[in-house]
Design a protein around this ligand. Structure first.
Ligand SMILES: O=c1ccn([C@@H]2O[C@H](COP(=O)(O)O)[C@@H](O)[C@H]2O)c(=O)[nH]1
Length: 277
């Protein structure tokens, strides 16, 4: 998918919501545990209930890998289900990978060839040769961690060099030598608020994947005030707030209701910024 196609989907659906599929056996409704594949049954119901309200899905690999083979099978079924039934969705593997070149090549093959994801989150710490193998696939994206949503983001990411450049700014600036606005996005946490203004000084055109609204307390309006660009430029993720809105048989309906609230806020923001009519 190109950035232009992504923006077209955002305008058509009046939404830049990504539903995070952080599916946890301990949190899904009890009655689903009788299903042959409870994780897939839950994901399928959530996807069917929210697909018209969002432009992306983001399974976090930790939730699947922690279950071994059954987790990988549920992930594969989920990806294939979205591809077959909702082909306009942008699919993000939140895997936070990156290693020496030949190992990164294997990770890239996993997410782009074995699984047909559109994008994978990658950690920038090991530098250019650890990121570039992910950038060799036509139509696929690297989503590089820049400024994360957690408290620990302050441990390293704000560190300054002698010239005053902060580490997250260096990641944004340097990595633009490796990919384009059609192959590279950045993770910036919604909890970083007005820092989006600084991000936009270094990366004005790139799409940003923004986790941290909902359960982590990030403010959608603040993110948009500082982070929106002329092509929207934002995919905002919410996982727990949508997935676990109800714990009983009404869970899919409740998830739809939560996703609908976020979509309505996004529609108002897109309209007031003249991005949709
Ligand atoms: O900086 C980051 C990077 C990734 N995440 C991931 O996004 C979701 C957020 O889930 P919520 O339930 O909406 O809080 C989750 O998969 C994280 O691992 C992040 O939160 N912050």
């Amino acid at each position: 998918m190109t950035s232009q196609e992504l923006f077209a989907n955002i305008c058509r659906k009046k939404s830049f919501l990504c539903v995070g599929l952080d599916t946890d056996l301990k949190k899904i409704p009890q009655h689903l545990l009788n299903e042959e594949d409870p994780i897939f049954a839950f994901n399928k119901a959530i996807i069917d209930a929210t697909a018209d309200l969002c432009v992306a899905y983001k399974p976090n690999l930790a939730f699947y890998e922690s279950l071994g083979v059954t987790g990988w099978q549920a992930l594969e079924k989920t990806v294939n289900y979205i591809r077959e039934n909702y082909p306009d969705q942008f699919l993000i593997a939140d895997a936070k990978r990156g290693d020496i070149g030949n190992t990164s090549e294997m990770y890239a093959r996993t997410f782009f060839q074995h699984f047909n994801f559109d994008s994978v989150t990658v950690a920038p710490y090991m530098g250019e040769d650890s990121v570039k193998p992910f950038l060799g696939y036509e139509g696929k994206w690297v989503i590089l961690l820049a400024l994360t949503s957690n408290k620990g983001s302050h441990d390293f990411q704000f560190t300054q060099d002698e010239g005053g450049e902060r580490l997250f700014e260096k990641v944004l600036r340097k990595s633009q030598e490796w990919g384009s606005t059609d192959t590279l996005m950045y993770v910036v946490g919604a909890t970083q608020g007005s820092m989006f203004a600084d991000i936009r000084k270094v990366a004005p055109e790139h799409f940003l994947l923004v986790p941290g609204v909902g359960a982590q307390g990030g403010d959608l309006n603040e993110v948009c005030k500082y982070g929106l660009n002329s092509k929207c430029g934002l995919i905002v993720n919410s996982s727990r707030q949508i997935l676990y809105a109800a714990k009983d048989e009404t869970f899919a309906e409740a998830a739809r209701c939560e996703a609908g609230k976020v979509q309505a806020d996004m529609e108002a923001i897109l309209r007031s910024n003249n991005l949709i009519g």
